[in-house]
Design a protein around this ligand. Structure first.
Ligand code: PEP
Ligand code: MN
Length: 331
């Protein structure tokens, strides 16, 4: 339930509402808006009896939130959320492009690709230092050494950094180095990791699980937000279906569904969806055309020798083409 405060309600009024909610055995979270403040009630199992709340000073009305996700719901927060990452506005007018290799392999590789993607217009550099690989024998990432290289990339290029935390043992380290913490598809329902990401001081990019519904994705985002971190970016990266012509099936209607049901920005990752580089540019165009707030895309200077996901990584020149095409679509 949402308790909508009057326009002139004071902070003391809001605090009194939260106190009353606590005495009822629930938890109240204040959501300041442009027009007025709302207080979201979480932790209730069934319907909440609102007469005690309506009687309080400064309370205008109560609204029932029909969805199981509350804080991330558009019912709770009708305006779309913009997440600032330095001076980059994720969810703003311009689509945001996050590009780089699947994994950080060496200083030369990371800096080389970073300089190129920056030249062609990327705002954020991606690259995994901790890699969630299907096989335990595949390259698992450089760990902290990779994070240090990412720091160097930021210092040399000014690009913001997104990199993945794969479990509760490395998220603290990732948090120190990254500008955005990525939670991967395989971890979308790792609830202890989600809770820890919810206490992080950096924005989180949460990828949709391989077999997760939109409601499940939004419930996972709710885990993060319920711990206090409101800076969440969602990402559609393809789901597992019977269709085997691509690595995964890019669900573009997920963008519409997420936007209908949540105020959070949503990106599309065409690389992990397609699994092949020749599909990445057309799928990126489609993602922007359907209204995604940007893309997360893999680029490698030498894809044929990449230690991970080379098949789906764009050559830098292809990335340049992609940027041109996106710019013409976005205006
Ligand atoms: C990645 O971005 O490199 C990655 C591992 O993605 P996903 O979690 O979507 O598979
Ligand atoms: Mn990858």
């Amino acid at each position: 339930m949402l308790v909508i405060m009057e326009k002139g309600a004071t902070e003391a009024h809001v605090k009194a509402v939260i106190r009353e909610i606590e005495t009822m055995g629930y938890h109240g979270i204040s959501i300041p808006g442009i027009q007025r403040t709302a207080v979201c009630i979480v932790g209730n199992q069934g319907t909440v009896e609102d007469s005690r709340l309506l009687a309080l000073e400064g309370v205008k009305e109560t609204i029932r939130v029909t969805k199981p996700f509350k804080l991330v719901s558009r019912e709770t927060h009708p305006q779309s959320t913009i997440i600032p990452v330095g001076d980059i506005m994720v969810g703003g007018k311009q689509p945001v492009v996050m590009a780089g290799p699947c994994a950080i392999e060496s200083e030369e590789q990371a800096l080389g690709i970073a300089r190129l993607v920056k030249r062609y217009g990327a705002q954020v550099f991606r690259g995994g230092a901790f890699k969630p690989r299907t096989s335990p024998y595949s390259f698992q990432g450089l760990g902290e050494k990779g994070l240090k290289l990412l720091k160097k990339v930021r210092e040399e290029t000014g690009l913001a950094i997104i990199t993945e935390a794969t479990d509760c043992t490395n998220i603290e380290l990732v948090e120190q180095y990254a500008d955005i913490i990525q939670i991967g598809a395989r971890n979308m329902q790792n609830y202890s990791l989600l809770r820890r990401a919810g206490r992080a001081t950096k924005p989180v990019l949460l990828k949709r699980g391989l077999a997760a519904t939109i409601e499940e994705l939004l419930m996972s985002a709710e885990y993060i937000m319920s711990e206090g971190n409101t800076r969440i970016i969602l990402c559609e990266r393809g789901i597992r279906t019977f269709s085997d012509n691509t690595r995964n099936t890019l669900d573009l209607s997920a963008v519409l569904s997420i936007k209908e049901n949540s105020h959070l920005p949503v990106l599309v990752d065409p690389s992990h969806a397609a699994g092949r580089r020749d599909y990445v540019i057309p799928l990126s165009r489609a993602a922007i055309a359907v209204g995604a707030n940007g893309i997360l895309v893999e680029v490698h200077n030498d894809p044929l020798h990449a230690l991970s996901d080379g098949m789906q990584s764009l050559y830098p020149e292809q990335f340049a083409t992609l940027m041109k095409e996106i710019r013409s679509l976005a205006v």
